[in-house]
Design a protein. Structure first.
Length: 313
């Protein structure tokens, strides 16, 4: 299927935008350009606060969003994308505000440590630290510890999937995992990599670079790096998986959804035709991004409304 007309316009814009980086950009250059991404309309909320939670590598910065004061709310722990190398809570600020307001939850946006300064498993450790804080210190955030979900896009989707498996291992029952075009493997050998590896926003070479910087010397089959390679996914949190048709990460995200379903985990997979990586976070450019956000909000609201879970320690 050909790319959507809005996708073509986005790719033209992206080409001009990335020209700012030059042929061999440094990591700092990439971080600078990503940090100056398109401004998006930002919904006002009752509370937005920058906090920290304890982590193995030191305090982990967290941006807390609350749509109302005083009430005990479900919690969504969100992990931004950027290949574990670039990006931060500012890049997903608009989306986190939407989730808070429309799903009726508090959102904790994790500013996890970035590679290469902090290679694997630093980001995964920080992701768990923020999730554990929501469960173990709920009064600080005004949240229900029995109604905590995780979510993320791209590398953040990887961290959400990894955190959901960590929760299962630690006896913590999460309400949901929302995985938006997640990285689930290290092989980079799927048909979607072959078809969309160049010219569709997230190039295969860029993904390989980010993976190398994050992985360091770790075993590429480590499930905390490649959750698709986990021997058993049974007992993980119910899931929503969103993929883009013209994205190198499409096939591994969909393979993960199939494995979750085969393990008996309730999962709903939705592929968006003609879309490329990043569409979900750009509703001002993509009508389909609005549709995908609507879908994600419905799934989260349903998960938060499910019968109360009894969590382990």
């Amino acid at each position: 299927m050909p790319v959507h007309p809005q996708t073509r316009r986005f790719l033209e814009f992206l080409g001009a935008w990335t020209d700012l980086l030059g042929p061999d950009p440094s990591i700092q250059d990439m971080r600078r350009v990503v940090g100056s991404a398109l401004p998006a309309p930002r919904r006002g909320l009752a509370e937005v606060a920058d906090l920290t939670v304890p982590g193995e590598g030191g305090p982990v910065p967290v941006r807390l969003y609350r749509p109302e004061e005083g009430a005990t709310l479900p919690a969504l722990v969100y992990f931004h994308g950027g290949g574990w190398v670039v990006g931060g809570p500012g890049n997903v600020d608009a989306a986190c505000r939407e989730f808070a307001a429309r799903a009726g939850c508090a959102v904790l946006s994790a500013d996890y440590r970035l590679a290469p300064e902090h290679p694997f498993p630093a980001a995964a450790d920080d992701a768990w630290a923020v999730t554990a804080a929501a469960v173990r210190d709920p009064g600080r955030f005004g949240v229900d510890p029995a109604n905590v979900a995780v979510a993320g896009d791209s590398a953040g989707g990887n961290l959400a999937a990894v955190t959901a498996l960590a929760a299962r291992e630690r006896g913590v029952r999460l309400a949901h995992q929302l995985l938006v075009y997640p990285v689930t493997d290290t092989a980079m050998d799927t048909p979607s990599y072959a078809a969309y590896g160049t010219g569709y926003g997230l190039d295969a070479d860029s993904m390989a670079l980010f993976m190398d910087l994050y992985r360091g010397g770790a075993d590429p089959a480590d499930p905390r790096l490649a959750p698709l390679r986990a021997p058993d996914l049974a007992g993980a949190a119910p899931a929503t998986v969103i993929t883009a048709e013209c994205d190198v990460l499409r096939d591994e995200g969909e393979a993960y959804a199939r494995r979750l379903a085969a393990a008996g985990v309730p999962v709903e997979l939705r592929r968006y035709a003609g879309m490329v990586h990043s569409f979900f976070l750009l509703p001002e450019l993509f009508d389909t991004g609005v549709e995908a956000m609507d879908f994600a909000v419905r799934r989260l609201r349903a998960a938060f409304a499910a019968p109360t879970r009894k969590d382990g320690p």
